[in-house]
Design a protein around this ligand. Structure first.
Ligand code: PFF
Length: 451
């Protein structure tokens, strides 16, 4: 149970609460959601099973696990994943830090009243442009992450997941119940669940696919690491099914909540939609105090939810890096955790200061355009690190592991009846690699950007 909660905690994060609602918005709703669900079932779920089975079979973290399962060269794929974890963590903790700020701020507003003349857009720009504050927020978040990983998987990660995930579900259900009573709920549900394929572009399909990697923490070995903790008497298939289902449900709930609020305010739907950050940190704070029933209670709860969800993801990102140093470099856990945390924090600070606090970090020429450190790291992770890692892990599990090796882990007396090994193998060998390769082709040859 601890493992399922930890892995679900890794999957549920800013991807669900911050990115998914926004890309659903940008891509016109229903049809995109349907495509996303297909990507989750047809690509995400089989790869989730593959990563978990590699972890459990080898009982190792990604570098050692891939070497043992597929051959010596595959260690590089694991190393690529360790690097991806390093990079994602260094910008992810910046946004996580913002949620801490908004938690404290909303508590203040709930107690002292929401200032009537507050411009939430200006507030956000001030916050992200304030170097000292950015340093403090992302530093606090990294310190919490390091503090948990320091105590190991059972003592730190699983314990935190056991406590936080149930809290997270309760908060989300409260928010959902409140959202469904709002006037905009009907329109929100129609937008999310009524497909209109005329709005859908080929790009949207690839964006849905790319996001399914990010949201399920696939393509970099996080699930290989966690897979090594799955007990022998548990089914990998059911575990993967549970994690994927919970992650998807939470993403949909978050989207229903946000859109119900947005559609309730006339004219609001024209204003949001410029950025994911804008939706979460500019539009929503104001709406909590003006339209959401019980918003003064639910507002702070919402931001604490975002922070907790982010934390259970950042610990899994750090664990990938730390377990590499423990397993491959024989470092004791405390040293590995502190060193990796410190090294990642250097990049976190650079990302945190790239929203105007230090102009040199905010705007330099890269990838055919101007970008800051934060968006460059996001760009690299979403367009290169996860798709390439995912493609190689998929090819490895489908083509370089024997049938006996994978079947032995997936099929036993604990396997649920709906599972068909032959279908899994077919998806791993043909469907998933072609789909993931399409992302890389779009990035390389058509200059698409999925960050
Ligand atoms: N799945 C996380 C989210 O949706 O926010 C992000 C993430 C966490 C990606 C851990 C990769 C990872 F290893």
């Amino acid at each position: 149970m601890g493992f399922i909660l930890a892995a679900t905690g890794s999957a549920i994060g800013l991807g669900n609460l911050w990115k998914f609602p926004f890309i659903t918005w940008e891509n016109g709703g229903g049809a995109f959601v349907l495509i996303y669900l297909m990507c989750i079932v047809g690509v995400g779920l089989p790869i989730m099973m593959a990563e978990l089975l590699i972890g459990r079979k080898t009982q190792k973290s990604p570098v050692g696990a891939l070497k043992e399962a597929m051959g010596p060269w595959w260690g590089w794929v694991g190393a690529w994943g360790v690097m991806a974890g390093f990079i994602i963590l260094s910008y992810y903790s910046v946004v996580a830090g913002w949620s801490l700020f908004y938690f404290v701020k909303t508590v203040g507003w709930s107690l002292g009243g929401f200032p009537a003349d507050l411009q939430t857009g200006e507030l956000f720009t001030d916050v992200i442009g304030n170097g000292g504050l950015q340093f403090l927020l992302s530093g606090l978040f990294m310190a919490a992450t390091v503090g948990i990983v320091y105590f190991g998987v059972h003592g730190g990660i699983e314990r935190v997941a056991r406590i936080f995930l149930p809290i997270l579900f309760v908060i989300l259900l409260l928010l959902l119940a409140s959202a469904l009573t709002m006037e905009g709920a009907g329109e929100a549900l129609a937008f999310i669940f009524r497909p209109n394929f005329s709005e859908l572009e080929p790009r949207s399909v690839l964006e849905a696919l790319g996001h399914s990697f990010f949201t399920l923490s696939l393509g970099m070995g996080a699930m290989i690491t966690y897979g090594s903790y799955v007990a022998r008497n548990r089914s990998i298939v059911s575990a993967a099914g549970t994690i994927v289902l919970l992650d998807t449900v939470i993403a949909l709930f978050a989207t229903i909540i946000m859109f119900s609020v947005i559609f309730t305010v006339p004219g609001m739907s024209e204003q949001v939609g410029r950025s994911a950050a804008g939706m979460l940190f500019i539009s929503l704070p104001e709406l909590f105090y003006n339209v959401v029933p019980f918003g003064a209670v639910l507002g702070p709860l919402f931001y604490v939810l975002v922070a907790l969800a982010a934390l259970t993801s950042t610990i899994s990102l750090l664990e990938v890096v730390v377990s590499y140093f423990i397993d491959e470099r024989n470092m004791p856990r405390p040293k590995a955790t502190l060193l990796s945390g410190a090294a990642i924090f250097v990049f976190t600070v650079l990302s945190a200061l790239s929203f105007g606090a230090l102009p040199a970090l905010s705007n330099f020429e890269i990838f055919e355009g101007k970008a800051g450190v934060f968006s460059t790291l996001d760009h690299f992770a979403s367009n290169w690190a996860l798709p390439l890692g995912g493609l190689l892990i998929t090819l490895g599990a489908g083509w370089f592991m024997t049938r006996e090796a994978t079947e032995g882990e997936l099929v036993d007396e604990t396997t649920p009846r709906w599972f068909r090994y032959g279908a899994w193998r077919f998806f791993m060998r043909y469907v998933a690699p072609v789909a993931v390769a399409a992302i890389l082709i779009a990035v390389i040859f058509f200059g698409m950007d999925f960050s």
